[in-house]
Design a protein around this ligand. Structure first.
Ligand code: 9MJ
Length: 694
């Protein structure tokens, strides 16, 4: 029995050693952090039951692994410790109980007052130490194994948030500042987009990216990475009696000397207030601009910290209350292929259900066959699934050491999984496509869903299941059949009823009166989004003009290039498509038509003519769509992504990668109120102009 327990202990130690190597030496973790934490927890439990089994080389006795070759090594004057973890409220209350018990042991009276704690979001990055001599940065090092790290001074000097010399006055002659280097989420997304566009390997998560960026031997690469430093403690300090005696106050002093500290940091009384803080931050986690994996609670009084001291790996005065992990391991059961509106065949991973990022996940997108190849995914593999924030779950890595011998590579489909028609991959495209168009059942359902959607014909009351049922029972074969549906058929459908059927019929009726731009958009022509549909409507004024337009004419439309022009040409050359459009018009779908020359001359005089805008983030006084249409009414072009051609980016709250890109490209950024006053001025100009013209 004991032998088995010991063998189990050895197996856990071996696994932890291997993972330490992948994590600290290779910057390429082979398992998710949550799995690592669980193994470490198991090790600690076994070792606490059998303390005689604790060996000096046990992974519980160290905080990391040897630093990587290639950088100079630095010995930390004071060891850089890691933190113990709490996984629920009970663990946290137990921590508080231990703190109080220990403090009362060394005192002649019981500790009755609640302990004062500093609460800090736990940034998921790389711990570093910066040493300042007489106010000047002299060394920066990674934590490494806690005793020795790597000299990354050159690299750290490239970060804007690292003071090269301290501000103000009153700093000790020697001051060691510790903190976390991390990459904000928007920067991570933007970097991965850039790497993918160049066909380079992308990073799995912001933490690995920060680690990879910091350990570049060429500091010019680090300089290009959007890294930030947030200070969270001090290390070795000469004449430390000049510093405040509370952790919270020390961090504010560091802020005065030029360091960034976390704006969410709070000081609270008692452990229940710590739990409240945890709940509040947990609910805001997905809205923060950076990733956090928990909350750190620290006893605020330095004197109490000293009395509490340390155990082997961690201080007794601090604890990290972890959030549900954003990466977990699970089994890949199978890969299904779904067919979208344009016939794109997309692989979807069906997973053994796993709790990750706060929800149970059983499906994850795989994008396309290239992604499957990049991941080297096999059926039966164990994979790492990541769900960060509200982002769609993603398979980020295969755990190769767990691949069973029987695992089979995933085959590229040769026929459409829905209609069994042929699939092809166009040159330069990542997606496989079913070529059967609207004779493929999946594409019809998606085409109808798109047709009824809000920005298209805006027909409320038809969900995917109902569209599917209508198509499967042969009640509709294409979008025009929607207008022939009657009350009896609709009311008899599942999840419908009399009232919903009537509402749907009146929505259908109302939708008949639309605009040419919306109608064009709702047809679902490939590559023709809202903006292009609008340009086409403005340019041609009448549907008949578009139907007969040749390639030269189409290329003269704003924003229409050869690919889009060919798609449009191809679309209107299809006989069945033209029949459906006729049927729609016969059913009563109509829009105002106009003389394009007249409109264009009006357009030429609009104040934002020739200006390109992008709107991002959350606006407070109107929706993004409302602002976009106001800008368009004033002649602006509103694009969905920032490029060199963008004149203005309107950035609301929590603007992400678009804001970073705009800053990179030196595009003028407007906040909401600046954008609104620009619009108000332009409206004033237009009304003056109209008065003159009328
Ligand atoms: C992070 N990662 O944000 C500590 N940390 O304190 C904060 N880490 C820490 N504190 C002592 N906020 C050891 C580690």
């Amino acid at each position: 029995m004991l032998n088995t327990a010991m063998a189990h202990l050895d197996a856990i130690k071996d696994q932890l050693r291997q993972h330490n190597h992948s994590y600290y030496i290779l910057d390429d973790p082979s398992i998710p952090d949550a799995e690592y934490d669980r193994l470490m927890q198991q090790l600690l439990v076994i070792e606490s039951v059998h303390p005689q089994w604790v060996t000096a080389d046990s992974p519980s006795q160290r905080v990391g692994d040897k630093p990587l070759e290639g950088f100079q090594q630095v010995t930390h004057a004071l060891p850089m410790l890691s933190l113990d973890n709490a996984f629920d409220g009970d663990d946290l209350r137990e921590f508080d109980r231990r703190v109080r018990e220990r403090l009362s042991k060394h005192s002649d009276r019981a500790i009755e007052d609640p302990i004062i704690y500093a609460c800090e979001p736990k940034l998921d990055g790389i711990a570093v130490s910066l040493t300042y001599e007489n106010g000047l940065l002299v060394t920066a090092a990674t934590r490494g194994d806690g005793s020795r790290g790597e000299d990354i001074t050159q690299n750290m000097r490239t970060l804007d948030s690292v003071p090269l010399c301290l501000l103000g006055k009153g700093w000790p002659a020697t001051l060691e500042v510790r903190g976390e280097v991390y990459m904000p989420s928007a920067g991570f997304e933007a970097l991965n987009t850039k790497l993918a566009a160049k066909g380079l390997k992308t990073y799995v998560n912001p933490r690995n990216t920060a680690a990879g960026s910091l350990r570049q031997l060429d500091s010019k690469i680090t300089a290009q990475r959007p890294l930030e430093l947030c200070a969270y403690s001090i290390g070795l300090v000469s004449d430390d009696n000049t510093l405040p005696q509370q952790h919270f106050d020390i961090l504010h002093q560091l802020q005065v000397w030029g360091f960034k500290i976390n704006a969410e940091m709070r000081r609270v009384q008692g452990i229940e207030a710590c739990l409240d803080y945890y709940q509040t931050l947990a609910s805001r986690r997905t809205h923060l601009a950076y990733e956090i994996d928990g909350i750190v609670f620290k006893v605020d009084q330095l004197e109490l910290q000293e009395r509490l001291g340390f155990v082997a790996r961690a201080p007794r005065w601090a604890i990290a209350h972890k959030f549900p992990a954003q990466e977990e391991m699970t089994g890949l059961l199978k890969v299904d292929f779904q067919v979208g509106r344009t016939g794109a065949v997309t692989p979807v991973a069906r997973l053994e259900p796993v709790f990750v990022g706060g929800v149970t996940v059983s499906n994850a997108t795989l994008h396309n066959m290239d992604e499957i190849q990049r991941l080297d995914l096999h059926l039966g593999d164990t994979v790492i699934v990541r769900r960060a924030g509200d982002v769609i779950p993603k398979v980020v890595q295969v755990v190769l050491e767990r691949r069973p011998a029987s695992a089979e590579a995933i085959q590229t489909p040769t026929t459409c999984p829905i209609c069994e028609g042929p699939v092809e991959r166009e040159e330069g495209e990542a997606a496989l496509r079913c070529v059967n168009g609207l004779s493929c059942g999946a594409q019809i359902v998606q085409a109808i869903k798109h047709f009824v959607s809000r920005k298209a014909m805006d027909i409320d009351g038809l969900g995917e299941k109902q569209v599917q049922a209508l198509v499967e029972t042969g009640k509709i074969k294409h979008v025009a059949d929607l207008y022939a549906l009657d009350h009896a058929v609709l009311a008899a459908m599942e999840r419908m009823g009399e009232k919903s059927a009537s509402n749907l019929l009146s929505a259908l009726h109302k939708s008949k009166s639309t605009s040419l731009a919306k109608f064009l958009f709702s047809l679902g022509i490939r590559e023709v989004g809202e903006a292009t549909a609008r340009s086409l409507a403005m340019h041609y004024g009448r549907l008949t003009n578009i139907k007969v337009a040749d390639i030269e004419s189409l290329l003269a439309v704003e924003d229409v290039g050869p690919i889009v022009a060919n798609r449009i040409l191809h679309f209107f050359a299809d006989h069945d498509t033209l029949t459906i459009i006729d049927e729609l018009q016969r059913a009563g779908v109509h829009w105002p038509e106009f003389d394009p020359v007249e409109v264009q001359s009006h357009q030429q005089n609009l104040p934002f003519k020739g200006f390109s805008f992008v709107v991002t983030g959350t606006l407070s006084s109107l929706s993004r769509d409302e602002l976009k249409s106001q800008l368009q009414e004033l002649g602006a072009k509103v694009a969905s992504s920032v490029s060199k051609k963008t004149d203005y980016l309107v950035a609301g709250e929590k603007a992400g990668s678009k804001l970073i890109k705009a800053q990179d490209l030196q595009v003028t950024v407007l906040d909401e109120s600046q954008a609104l006053s620009l619009v108000a001025n332009a409206l004033e100009q237009v009304s003056k102009f109209n008065q003159v013209v009328e």
